[in-house]
Design a binder for this molecule. Structure first.
Ligand code: PMP
Length: 297
């Protein structure tokens, strides 16, 4: 599914077939999870294939790398150029793109001198599908911001996401919603979270969440069309009096939520602010008119 015999990836400085790309069994990333990555999408637009928010994603990759003492030998522009080349060589327009900066051979608990870049792309449907989601509050909190850089997209952090997702699936839910270390609602295992109450949107502030690029985009669209958005801490009790809710993320886009632990949101999804934002987000990614402007609609 992620690659065929013909798929081309960028690995160790060159374009090679995915089946021929190799990594050392002694890579520090494999043993200790010290790697950084991104999840990006490209869309087919009237102006050709466009990588959505390419600069923002690659700047975040470089910032994540700096936080984790992982060297990044590429500029944002070089990373974008390599990515367009990966798309071209695979004849992809709509695609999910996965860059990973991983560490070299090193079994010590000190950063590696060496880092390698891997970029692959594949066709991926919306990560959480198109149906309204049934969500459960996870028993796994988001990582403690005093023990790691939660704002960096670090490979090792995703063991927490895997545990939360698996727990939710085992309980018969579609997705988990995770709390921060103080019991406030934080985000999903791979998405940010919003809820609507009395025509105001609420989302957790930065601190225990990943600063999602979709989150920022959706807030920008919302404010542009006159919606009120408040970044504030909130509890599960407050959420369970909400009118509607949704997740945002590159892979999931804007995904509507039907219920949280059996609490059915009263507002029909089609009448919610999230629904309008989902439509506007789709419009934005499809027109491709976003590369050099902050005025996006
Ligand atoms: N939170 C987490 C934990 C994530 O993994 C992601 C996906 N990168 C997001 C939020 C959403 O971020 P973005 O909108 O930049 O994809």
């Amino acid at each position: 599914m992620y690659f065929t015999n013909k798929t081309i990836v960028f690995a160790n400085g060159e374009f090679v077939k995915a089946k021929d790309a190799t990594v050392s069994m002694f890579s520090q990333t494999l043993h200790y999870g010290n790697g950084v990555f991104e999840g990006i999408r490209a869309y087919s637009t009237p102006g050709g294939t466009k990588i959505f928010k390419a600069r923002e994603h690659y700047q975040r990759l470089k910032d994540s790398a700096a936080k984790m003492h992982i060297r990044c030998n590429y500029s944002v522009k070089e990373l974008i150029d390599i990515t367009y080349e990966v798309l071209k060589r695979n004849k992809f327009s709509d695609a999910y793109i996965r860059p990973v900066l991983y560490s070299g051979i090193n079994m010590k608990l000190v950063p590696s001198e060496e880092s390698m870049l891997f970029i692959a792309a594949w066709k991926w449907a919306r990560y959480l599908g198109n149906k309204l989601l049934h969500v459960t509050i996870s028993s796994y909190e988001r990582p403690n911001p005093n023990s790691c850089h939660v704002e960096a997209k670090v490979t090792g952090h995703y063991v927490n996401s895997i545990l939360a997702t698996q727990e939710a699936r085992e309980k018969g839910f579609d997705e988990a919603l995770q709390l921060d270390l103080n019991g406030n609602v934080a985000e999903g295992p791979g998405t940010n979270f919003f809820y609507e109450k009395d025509s105001v949107l609420y989302t957790a502030p930065l601190g225990s969440i990943l600063a999602g690029i979709t989150r920022a985009t959706v807030m920008e669209i919302a404010r542009h069309v006159g919606m009120e958005v408040r970044e504030k801490l909130f509890t599960v009790e407050e959420l369970l009096e909400g009118d509607s809710a949704f997740f945002t993320g590159t892979a999931a886009e804007v995904a509507g939520i039907g219920s949280v632990d059996g609490y059915q949101f009263p507002l029909p999804w089609e009448d919610s602010m999230g629904y309008i934002l989902a439509q506007k987000y789709r419009q934005l990614i499809r027109t491709g008119d976003y590369s050099h402007s902050t005025t996006i609609i």
